[in-house]
Design a protein around this ligand. Sequence first.
Ligand code: KIV
Ligand code: ZN
Length: 387
Amino acid sequence: MHDKLIIFDTTLRDGEQSPGASMTRDEKVRIARALERLKVDVIEAGFPAASPGDFEAVQAVARTIKDSRVCGLARALDRDIDRAGEALKDAQRARIHTFIATSPIHMRHKLQMSPDQVVEYAVKAVKRARQYTDDVEFSPEDAGRSEEDFLCRILEAVIDAGATTLNIPDTVGYAFPEQFGRMIGRLIERIPNADKAVFSVHCHNDLGLAVANSLAAVLHGARQVECTINGLGERAGNAALEEIVMAVRTRKDIFPCHSDIDTREIVACSKLVSSITGFPIQPNKAIVGANAFAHESGIHQDGVLKSRETYEIMSAEDVGWSANRMVLGKHSGRNAFRTRMQELGIEFASEEELNSVFQRFKVLADKKHEIFDEDLQALITEAGAEA
Ligand code: KIV
Ligand code: ZN
């Protein structure tokens, strides 16, 4: 069985909750369009009750986007759900995502509610959301630290109330892959009406495990993953969309599911989010970092020039880079050097000539981190002048 993995992007909601990453309505619409080109299944556009600006942004996204489903977040409160319903009114396909915390810590200190009250609020919220759309998602916030028996109870109740997606958030990034994956598997097994809903996960990256936890959950039956472009999000961020999608695609031998994402749009979308939020992408970031497909060491460059599979598990073009990048530096070898020179239209009359310019290149590379095309041109001019 090869199921579809639903990709739910929350860059415009949880991503925006990253300190300093707030976006205007028009910026959100531009990113939403890029997410639609990427063929994201669900775009969580914001939290309409949070502010008039966010209401307008969700409304604008809902009116613009045609191919992806547009979702708005709401606490399990009538006024939040009504605001979300109103903001999503013009969407081609709308989803309301409602949540309430279920961990003992949150119920006692934040909500000051008993577990019975929490179940009551959750059921009421889902029923109210169903008055606006038949696509309702429910999240037991801080599920990663909630008691499993209580999760089973509340999830069974919200499915009966009409929830169609059950999202299990690891709100504080506390989970570990094997433990989290198994918990998802057990919830699916134990909840009697589990087959009436899609199980989803939403992992935060406080211990750097958001992607690993999400993928473990997929292996145990989750069929929706919530993620953000570049892993943007609260504190240390959310699971990175590009990493989840490329892991599932690259390791088809492991994952019994596939996504519909157009991976060639990944880099463009990543750059857009980075330029709008002002959050730079670290060079060694998987998939979208400038060095993700760059090879500097001579041994690697030589291998890749002979056959890309020697040191590449994906191709740069598949995620939207124009090509893999050979970075010329002090570790680079003769083969990469000769290839780049040929690309620049420079041919050597003899091996001696090549060797002599290659020696000059090595001396320069000891002084400079990266050698650019202009440096190579200058080396040739210099060698010609001295000859
Ligand atoms: O991290 C979290 O628990 C959330 C919920 C609102 C799903 O973002
Ligand atoms: Zn979150």
